[in-house]
Every structure is written in C-alpha cells, then in structure tokens.
Design a protein around this ligand. Structure first.
Ligand SMILES: [Zn+2]
Length: 145
C-alpha cells in the first residue's frame, strides 16, 4: 500500500519527500495535520528497518512536529510507531505517525477518524509546505539542528 504511494500508483497528500523518505497525510486523521512518515524502501516495521532510516524517519517526524506548531497552530504533538497487530499496526510498511495536538484532547478543526476532505487536505498540505520553507525547519530535516 505505501509502496504504491511511493511509486505514485496510489494517490496521497504529500507534504515532504526526499531520496529516502516520504511524508503524507493520514487519510483518516485523528487530529488536524496527522501525517505519516515512511522510508521509500519496504521494511515491515521499526525492528526490520535499517537504523539510518529509522533515524531519518524520526528526524523528519520531529521537524514536521515543529512545522505543525509553526504552521498549523498546534501546541504539541505525538510521535508514534505501531509494531505488530497487537499494537495496532495495520499497514506492514514501517511508518511513524506525527499527531499534532491543540489544547489537551483537542483534535483541531476536523472530524477525527473520518476520511479527510479534499478541502481540509489541501489546506493542511499548504500550511505544512509553507512551514517547511522555514530555515530552522529545513535544518532540522537535514539533520543539522
Ligand atoms: Zn511497502
């Protein structure tokens, strides 16, 4: 499924991409700006993934967290990776969730767990992309800060 997204065979709302990593919106977000970060190469979970790619995924996740604060008005965020069905892993291609939070327990201006609307998705992608132009966030993504 994510392999199809990486190859462009399946549509996604992309917010970031480099040679190794892709980040796109979760189709059924639990909060405004909920996004997934995955290596382009297929690995089943965080244990199977080479450490440099685990590192890259988390580095991009924290930069997107910063972008959510700066660009989406979030006041905090969660970084989560589920490993195994018992832990709620549904897609067996390693990915990290970035889940922005607003006030405590507040998902922001969306209906949690319903399919994201095109209008909201466009708005969120635009806000993330704008925040990703920030110099500090660029340095974070590059692993320099
Ligand atoms: Zn895959």
């Amino acid at each position: 499924m994510f392999c199809e997204i990486v190859r462009g065979r399946e549509a996604s709302w992309r917010i970031y991409e480099d040679n190794e990593i892709i980040a796109f919106l979760d189709k059924y977000p639990i909060s405004y700006g909920h996004a997934l970060i995955a290596p382009k190469e297929h690995y089943e979970n965080v244990i199977e993934t080479p450490p440099n790619l685990v590192s890259r995924a988390f580095i991009v996740a924290r930069a997107l967290g910063k972008a959510a604060i700066k660009g989406l008005g979030a006041s905090g965020f969660r970084i989560v990776t589920n490993t195994g069905s018992s832990a709620g892993q549904i897609i067996f291609h390693f990915h990290v969730h970035i889940i922005p939070r607003y006030s405590y327990g507040d998902p922001g201006p969306i209906e949690p767990r319903s399919e994201i609307t095109e209008e909201k998705a466009r708005e969120i992608v635009e806000s993330y992309k704008k925040a990703l132009e920030d110099r500090e966030i660029k340095r974070m993504i590059a692993g320099e800060a």
